[in-house]
Design a protein around this ligand. Structure first.
Ligand SMILES: *Cc1c(COP(=O)(O)O)cnc(C)c1O
Length: 458
């Protein structure tokens, strides 16, 4: 064991839980492109968004000027049940890798949903309740978002209707039961309960579903049911805003320890945990106060940043949602069913897309067997069984630490450990049996789904 001045775990005091979210868009010179109305291609107004989203969340979605937004006291109080989350120095992983690098991870898996998603779920449920709504609809892929939202809705006494991507619904029956235990109704998507679901099933018989399909179904139900709105667990600016608690706490803890990171790493599905983790650090970069290397890690099977196109696209397969400018693989891209983890969304947060486009963050893609190798290495020395999504970040953190071993550099690496993998044992089983394979889409496949991007004049 190395000389241990930095504690293994750094917990902040309860009074250090942020009371304001940080809105990185306020400090961006090139703002993320606005959402467009799919019919007129004009920026979506608050009035147009109101039938789909809660009012206060629409205001947050469109707010590109206020750097700090107050967190209502009820939400801070809820955060106290499971925050602050620990920042952990990975001494045992460093020892295993025999690296001079110093590795830290911010662990967001310490709540029943098993991920960071509760940070935004509780905020979204709060605003829905405040508006007097009866309930909300949403989609879930791997199931963490649905679980987090079910918890948040039951806390505020709201109804919660979840459309769960069919492949996950079948592979993760226990996730489904956790949601039902918290009172949510769970429907496998595509389903025959919506018009768009019926159409998708007719066009793609036997499809295992995708987030894009499930979003379309959830939006359809929200706009056609009195007293309901749609909520989304990633991608949107408001979700990155809520997730900034991750980065704010990380920054406070590192400042207390007197540590400045060189590299910050996060996995990227729709971009919410990464956006939340890096926001305060990117803010410093944008204001010219500091410099960091920031790496987004995505699966090679769903490589929006590294192989997608920066363009306006539909957020959903049914093309009912607004258009967002983002790195995208095309809204009808359906990742291979053999891809086990989450991170299956075809697009990427428009805020992160702009930051990537402007060179403030970099991106890399990794294959799933190498991700599970990293997950297992990590679990065996650090104790925590990581979610497959989080393990994408672990993979790259390990790779960067091994590079430091070669060069002898004592870099400080911080990565986001977004959650636990207890519901992903089918994927771990495949890996342990040596049955896991990698699938990388061909250029032709990606070109095919990109061919149906909407034509938008900018
Ligand atoms: C949902 C999820 C992710 C990916 O979503 P982002 O919005 O990209 O953060 C990563 N890790 C875990 C554990 C998740 O549940």
């Amino acid at each position: 064991m190395k000389e241990n001045k930095i504690p293994y775990k750094t917990y902040l005091d309860e009074s250090e839980i942020p009371t304001k979210w940080y809105n990185v868009r306020a400090d961006m010179i090139n703002k993320p492109a606005p959402l467009l109305n799919p019919a007129t291609h004009k920026p979506m107004t608050a009035e147009e968004l109101a039938p789909v989203f809660c009012e206060e969340l629409v205001a947050q979605e469109l707010n590109t000027t206020d750097a700090y937004i107050d967190i209502p006291q009820e939400i801070v109080d809820f955060y106290k049940m499971y925050r602050p989350s620990p920042l952990i120095r990975a001494y045992f992983l460093e020892k295993l890798l025999d690296t001079p690098a110093k590795i830290y991870y911010k662990f967001e898996g310490n709540n029943t949903s098993g991920s960071h998603k509760l940070n935004s779920a509780i905020a979204q449920a709060y605003y829905a309740k405040k508006q007097g709504l009866k309930g909300v609809t949403t989609e879930t892929g791997a199931g963490q978002w649905g679980t987090a939202l079910s918890m948040a809705c039951s806390y505020f006494g709201l109804d919660c209707k979840v459309f769960m991507v069919k492949v996950s619904y079948e592979q993760k029956p226990f996730r489904r039961e956790v949601m039902r235990t918290y009172g949510a109704s769970v429907t496998p998507s595509p389903s025959t309960t919506t018009e768009i679901g019926k159409k998708i099933l007719a066009d793609h018989p036997g499809t295992t579903g995708s987030l894009g399909c499930a979003i379309s179904e959830a939006v359809e139900v929200a706009v056609s049911t009195e007293g309901y709105r749609y909520v989304l667990g990633s991608v949107l600016n408001q979700v990155l805003l809520h997730q900034s608690v991750i980065g704010l706490e990380t920054k406070t803890a590192l400042d207390k320890l007197g540590v400045k990171p060189d590299i910050i790493i996060g996995c990227a599905g729709g971009g919410s945990n990464l956006g939340g983790l890096i926001s305060p650090f990117v803010g410093e970069m944008l204001r010219g106060e500091a410099d960091y290397r920031i790496i987004a890690v995505e699966p090679a099977s769903c490589p929006s940043f590294t192989r997608g196109k920066y363009a306006y696209d539909f957020c959903d397969t049914g093309m009912v949602c607004p258009l967002a400018k983002m790195y995208t693989l095309g809204s009808n891209f359906i990742p291979s069913a053999n891809h086990a983890g989450g991170l299956r969304y075809h697009g990427m947060s428009s805020t992160l897309s702009q930051l990537y486009h402007d060179g403030l963050i970099e991106a890399t893609s990794v294959e799933q067997t190498s991700v599970f190798e990293a997950a297992e290495q990590f679990a065996r020395v650090e104790g925590i069984l990581p979610a497959p999504e989080s393990s994408h970040a672990i993979r790259v953190a390990i790779d960067e630490a091994l590079k430091c071993k070669e060069t002898g550099e004592e870099k400080t690496i911080v990565f986001g450990l977004t959650g636990t993998g207890y519901f992903d044992m089918v994927a771990y089983e495949k890996f342990n049996n040596g049955e896991m394979t990698d699938y990388i889409p061909t250029d032709e496949e990606i070109a095919k789904s990109l061919a149906s991007l909407p034509v938008v004049e900018e």
